[in-house]
Design a protein around this ligand. Sequence first.
Ligand SMILES: [Zn+2]
Length: 186
Amino acid sequence: MLGPETIKQMSDVAAYRAAEEGRYPLSIWKPEDVRGLPFLGDYVPAGWRYAIWSDFYQHPRNVWPREDERAHFMVDSSGFGSRDEPALTPSELGDFVMLPQRPQHEYGWAIVEAGQFQIVVQAYVRDETATGTEAPDRESVECEYCHEVHGPFEECDPELLTLGDKEFFKKLDTAKRIVIAARSRK
Ligand SMILES: [Zn+2]
């Protein structure tokens, strides 16, 4: 299982990259579009806001929504989920996002968190007046060793490590390197 720190770190790196690359919530036209959801973490681009459940007429089977709560829910990403488990299957997600909802809204969709077997999918609503939420700054997501931005499961580029770091890293197995890299960026 992934620890909460690792999951947070993955989200922050995703948010940083999404902002750098100018990504935004995906508008969906057909069920298969859910395969291309961007991973935004906590980044919300200007012009969008989080949808809350009162922005919807219908909700997925795995939430018991409160009107004022952010509209997000778990979806299976392992490929082995089924319709009687708490996470929606990707095909249930595809069905849900195609349901008619409030016609005045333009909805968008993205991933806010990714675990080992599940993702958290968030709904957004287009809102010209929304200022969005900035991504974490580079300093907070930069790797202490190679000074690049990468996730806890991506290895440092060896070219970028200093000699001292290289010697230190060589002695560790991959799992420990991942933990250390994740901790060092807290
Ligand atoms: Zn690194």
